[in-house]
Design a protein around this ligand. Structure first.
Ligand code: 48F
Length: 259
């Protein structure tokens, strides 16, 4: 059997373009492949929704790989344990309500389960703007991350989505676009991003869940982005809130998207 480099190139290009074109109009578009975005994508896909996730990095997993300060273990509290179990991640009881898991195993299995459930992931793509109709978000404006890094003047492409989830972590990049271009319109006390507060794990974990919600018509926030938008504290390397946030946002979107 002969292997032809040009066939290999054609195969990659054909398959990629099929995949990209097939995801230009979806039910839900998730920005950010950290724990909250991945879990949201998993549940939406499992419910049969058409869902796509974009991350600007080469590797998916956000801030989960490095655990705490590159000690690649994560802590998860008991109320979120069912989620790691759902993905087949092995956990070890530490004390009382605290459990640990290997960070690399966690990312690997969450990504694998999400993709097998039907989530399509595009890495190396940056969301640089949003597709907006008066008073409602309708999709995303995309570019290759290397274009952004090199500062090249290259126009983006666009995709349409019934709902968008900002799961970009501390940076709240999608919400920032709305704040800049539609001042005062976010559903927060000031209409603006309230800004992340300093570390307070217990409070932050509770608030992450409350703050995971729609903040502009068609735009939800999940994970650390939810607290940063609402003015909640950060929580450090405890990941239960991130996982539960993804589950909550997916549940709300599944209801709104209907059968
Ligand atoms: O930060 P990240 O892991 O988000 P998360 O799900 O989890 C937060 C925790 O990792 C940790 C924490 C712990 O409890 O506080 O920080 O809230 O992942 C965010 C992902 O979004 C991508 C980024 O590369 C990362 O993988 N991202 C950020 N901005 C963009 C983006 C953008 N404009 N376009 C595409 N991807």
């Amino acid at each position: 059997m002969a292997l032809d480099e040009i066939v290999i190139s054609r195969a990659i290009m054909d398959r990629y373009h099929e995949k990209f074109k097939n995801n230009l109009e979806v039910d839900a578009a998730i920005v950010g492949g950290g724990p909250s975005g991945l879990v949201a994508g998993y549940f939406l896909a499992r419910a049969g929704k058409k869902v796509v996730l974009f991350d600007r990095k080469l590797s998916i997993g956000g801030g989960m790989w490095g655990g705490g300060m590159m000690y690649n273990e994560i802590v998860v509290q008991k109320p979120a344990l069912h989620l790691l179990e759902e993905f087949g991640v092995r956990t070890v009881h530490y004390q009382e309500d605290y459990y640990t898991a290997d960070a690399v195993e966690s990312v690997g299995l969450i990504v694998g389960n999400a993709v097998h459930a039907g989530l399509t992931i595009f890495n190396c793509m940056t969301v640089e703007d949003v597709l907006m109709r008066p008073e409602r978000m309708e999709g995303l404006v995309l570019n290759w991350s290397p274009v952004e890094v090199a500062g090249l003047h290259v126009d983006p492409l666009t995709m349409r989505s019934k709902f968008v989830v900002d799961a970009t972590g501390h940076d709240t990049e999608v919400v920032k676009v709305v704040e800049r271009k539609f001042p005062g319109k976010l559903s927060t006390p000031t209409g603006r991003i309230e800004g992340e507060k300093s570390m307070w794990a217990e409070e932050a974990e509770k608030l992450t869940l409350d703050n995971s919600r729609e903040v502009y018509a068609g735009l939800y926030v999940a994970g650390m982005a939810a607290n940063a938008v609402a003015g909640g504290p950060r929580m450090g390397p405890i990941f239960g809130g991130m996982l539960l946030s993804g589950e909550k946002v997916a549940g709300e979107l599944i209801d709104r998207l209907g059968g």
